[in-house]
Design a protein around this ligand. Structure first.
Ligand SMILES: Nc1ncnc2c1ncn2[C@@H]1O[C@H](COP(=O)(O)OP(=O)(O)OP(=O)(O)O)[C@@H](O)[C@H]1O
Ligand SMILES: [Mg+2]
Length: 478
């Protein structure tokens, strides 16, 4: 990947990081003792944690662009909400994709089923995260990578890593730098949204159901949410069950309440159900449908899930699409300003053009299937191979093509468990959290609640921390 321009690190990184040895050791212990942790994927042990990869110093990020991202989050929340409740938009733009992408097809079937049953959608809770990279050539403008609507994680990690880096700067005597670390209330904000949804259900005995993966690695981020909810609202209980647990034991009562293990569910909060492997059989799909039919507030509801697909993101980037949802030209401009080029691979003139461009200059693009969770996109020369393979088949309409964003590079030190600290060139990706609650008639809650930053070696393609690529970070505003 071509490197973007260079940014100065927030403090000069010493050539010989041996001199930081004491503070690195101390920082690692701080991390473990404050839950900057993850379970070991190779040797899974539910009784042990290891440190989440993190950058030693916060990464420089332009204040102006940070503030822009914060400011537009409520507009993006509103856009996703409106798209999710716009049947014609979802239908029109997903009709080809659901024929060739089985996973999105299955989601759509659930959507269609509840729609045809005339189930009045209860309030939806959106815990959204819009991700950005600073773009080439000047790297002074944020461009949206995507907006996540399901299982958006790391609001807790983002918060605690900022505290860790604050501690490190203090230990090294950089007190003057601390003022440039923005306050981050992401964890509290996401928990606040969940509690608000729980209150709307109006049954104090009902629980928040966190739907989890069979094996959870990113345990700290999840548990931090449970613990903070308990602090903020002591009577709100959170239970954890897998999709398979739901498949085996969840039922609906006569009032469509979702019941599992004798608990009435107020809010279904998915930290799973975003990728095919999490659905072992039809039974898990049935469970997702059951939850959707229930009176519980879903986070996300099936239509929010569909609104977060990459195909919908691409459709929204087409001329005139955002305008369909906002009459206020300022909102349209603000949203359009952060979009980068997105192209369909449909069998039409634009699609053919995209195929041609990607084969000619694959390094300029990222090729994406309808997947979440990281590690599925195609980069560089491989794009040419994949497109050449699929260009004659209908399968290609399940993919989208996106301009590759080339962010600026800066030096930092990445700390990973069981590896020596390494001074390296990194690039950073900002995520802004938004909470939205509403139904087809009205939006009753719409907020920007905080941020997180992830960084990776500048040579890596992706930044997912749970997926094993990136490192947690926090912004140093300049
Ligand atoms: N257009 C792009 N230009 C440069 N890098 C990109 C681009 N799109 C994606 N990436 C990189 O790949 C990562 C994963 O991409 P994306 O968010 O589209 O996939 P995902 O599977 O939905 O990931 P996540 O689990 O983080 O939601 C991004 O976080 C970013 O680092
Ligand atoms: Mg995603």
């Amino acid at each position: 990947m071509a490197d973007g321009p260079r940014l100065n690190s927030c403090v000069p990184i010493p050539k010989d990081i041996e001199q930081l040895k004491d503070v690195i050791e101390k920082a690692k212990d701080w991390a473990l003792m404050h839950g900057v942790g993850i379970r070991n994927k190779k040797e899974f042990n539910p009784d042990a944690l290891q440190i989440v990869p993190f950058t030693f110093f916060p990464s420089a990020f332009p204040r102006k662009e940070f503030e822009k991202a914060v400011k537009i989050q409520p507009i993006l929340n509103e856009l996703i909400h409106r798209v999710a409740f716009c049947h014609s938009f979802l239908e029109e733009n997903l009709k080809d994709t659901i024929q060739v992408d089985e996973f999105t097809g299955n989601l759509y079937k659930i959507y269609e089923t509840v729609r045809q049953e005339g189930i009045n959608p209860t309030n939806s809770l959106g815990v959204l995260r819009s991700d950005y990279l600073l773009d080439h050539p000047d790297c002074d403008k944020i461009k949206q990578v995507e907006i996540n609507t399901i299982s958006t994680s790391l609001s807790a990690m983002g918060f605690v890593v900022a505290q860790l880096q604050r501690f490190i700067l203090q230990e090294l005597g950089h007190y003057d730098k601390l003022k440039n670390l923005p306050e981050n209330r992401a964890l509290e904000g996401v928990c606040g949204g969940l509690i608000e949804a729980w209150k709307l259900f109006k049954n104090p005995k009902a629980v928040i159901l966190m739907v989890i993966e069979d094996v959870v690695y990113n345990i700290c981020d999840q548990r931090f949410h449970e613990f903070r909810i308990s602090e903020l609202s002591p009577k709100t209980r959170v239970i954890r069950r897998t999709l398979t647990d739901l498949a085996q034991r969840a039922t609906l009562d006569a009032d469509k309440n979702l019941i599992i293990d004798n608990e009435v569910v107020a809010v279904v909060y998915y930290r799973s159900a975003y990728e095919p492997l999490q659905f072992h059989s039809q039974k898990e799909w049935d469970a997702r449908l059951l939850a959707e039919r229930s009176s519980a507030i879903k986070c996300p509801s099936i239509h929010y899930h569909l609104a977060g697909t990459k195909k919908v993101q691409q459709a929204l980037a087409r001329p005139g699409a955002v305008e369909q949802f906002f009459s206020d030209p300022e909102k349209v401009t603000a949203v359009r300003d952060v979009f980068t080029g997105l192209y369909s691979l449909d069998f039409d003139e634009l699609g053919e053009d995209a195929v041609k461009k990607a084969i000619e200059k694959p390094e300029r693009y990222v090729l994406k299937p309808q997947r979440e969770g990281g590690g599925n996109n195609i980069y560089g020369e491989k794009i040419r191979d994949v497109i050449t393979k699929i260009k004659g088949s209908r399968e290609r309409t399940g993919w989208i093509l996106m301009d590759r964003i080339v962010p600026p590079v800066q030096e930092n030190i990445i700390i990973r468990a069981s590896q020596p600290a390494a001074r390296t060139d990194t690039v950073s990706e900002l995520g802004i959290f938004g909470i939205i609650i509403g139904d087809s008639n009205e939006i009753i809650y719409n907020k920007q609640v905080g941020h997180m930053l992830r960084s990776k070696e500048s040579t890596a393609d992706e930044v997912g921390v749970s997926a094993g690529f990136g490192a947690m970070d926090s912004p140093y505003l300049y």
